[in-house]
Design a protein around this ligand. Structure first.
Ligand code: PRP
Ligand code: URA
Length: 212
C-alpha cells in the first residue's frame, strides 16, 4: 500500500469487517447508519491518541489522586453535509461535550467541483482542534474546500476523517493542505467517470438517508 505523508490508514480487522458489510449493496439504511457510526468511533479512538488532556484531582472512596482527563472543550466536530452527519455520533460518544459546526457542500454533478451552501461554526473555533468528517474522499474537492473554510476562520489544528478514500482525493488534500492530518479506513482503487469511488459503497448520503 502506498505511503502518503500525514495520512494514516486505520487498518484493524474490526474496521475491515464493518467496511465489508457497509460496502454490500444489500445492507439497508438502518444497518448502514449504525456501521458508519461504529466505524467512526473506532477511527476516532485511534486518531485522537494525541488528544489534549488536563490533570484533575479525583477523590476515590479512599484518597485523592491526580488523574489525566480529556480537555474536550478544545475539540470541534465538523461534519460536511450531508453524509458527514452520519459520523457525528461516533465522535460525540467519545467527546460528549465537543461542539459541532456544519459545513454544507455538494458536488456539481458535471464539473464535480464543490458548491458551498452553508457554514456555521462554533464561536472560538480558532482555538480548537477541528475534526472534519466526511465518509467519502473522492476527488478531494469537498474536503479541500471545507479545510479552506476552516482556515479562513483561523483554525490551525485540523484533522480530516474519511472512511473510504480514492488516491486522487488523498493526493489533492495532502497536496493543498500539508498541515492537515488525514485519517482513512480504506484506500480504494480509483474513481469512475462520474467521480464515484471504486469499489466504494455508492452514494453515502443516499444510503444514509434513504433518498434514492
Ligand atoms: C459526497 C460526499 C462528499 C463528496 C465527496 O457528497 O459525502 O462530501 O461527495 O466527493 P469529492 O471528494 O469528489 O468532493 P455529495 O456532494 O454527494 O453531497 P451529499 O452528501 O449532500 O449527498
Ligand atoms: N460521494 C459518494 O457518496 N460516493 C462516492 O463514491 C463519491 C462521492
Amino acid at each position: 500500500m502506498e505511503n502518503y505523508k500525514n495520512v494514516t490508514i486505520l487498518e484493524h480487522p474490526l474496521i475491515r469487517h464493518k467496511i465489508a458489510i457497509l460496502r454490500d449493496e444489500n445492507t439497508g439504511m438502518k444497518e448502514f447508519r449504525e456501521l458508519i457510526e461504529e466505524i467512526t468511533m473506532l477511527m476516532a479512538f485511534e486518531s485522537f491518541k494525541d488528544v489534549p488532556t488536563k490533570t484533575v484531582t479525583v477523590k476515590t472512596p479512599l484518597e485523592s489522586v491526580e488523574q489525566e482527563v480529556v480537555a474536550e472543550r478544545s475539540i470541534a466536530i465538523i461534519p460536511i453535509l450531508r453524509a458527514g452527519l452520519g459520523m457525528v455520533n461516533g465522535v460525540h460518544k467519545l467527546f460528549p461535550n465537543a461542539k459541532v459546526g456544519h459545513i454544507g457542500l455538494f458536488r456539481d454533478e458535471e464539473k464535480l467541483s464543490p458548491v458551498e451552501y452553508y457554514c456555521k461554526l462554533p464561536d472560538g473555533i480558532e482555538n480548537m482542534t477541528a475534526i472534519l468528517l466526511d465518509p467519502m474522499l473522492a476527488t478531494g474537492g469537498s474536503a479541500s474546500a471545507a479545510i479552506d473554510c476552516l482556515k479562513k476562520r483561523g483554525v490551525k489544528r485540523i484533522k480530516l476523517m474519511s472512511i473510504i478514500a480514492a488516491p486522487k482525493g488523498v493526493e489533492k488534500v495532502t497536496g493543498e493542505h500539508d498541515d492537515v492530518s488525514v485519517y482513512i479506513a480504506a484506500l480504494d482503487r480509483e474513481l469512475n467517470e462520474h467521480g464515484y469511488i471504486l469499489p466504494g459503497l455508492g452514494d453515502a448520503g443516499d444510503r444514509l438517508f434513504g433518498t434514492k
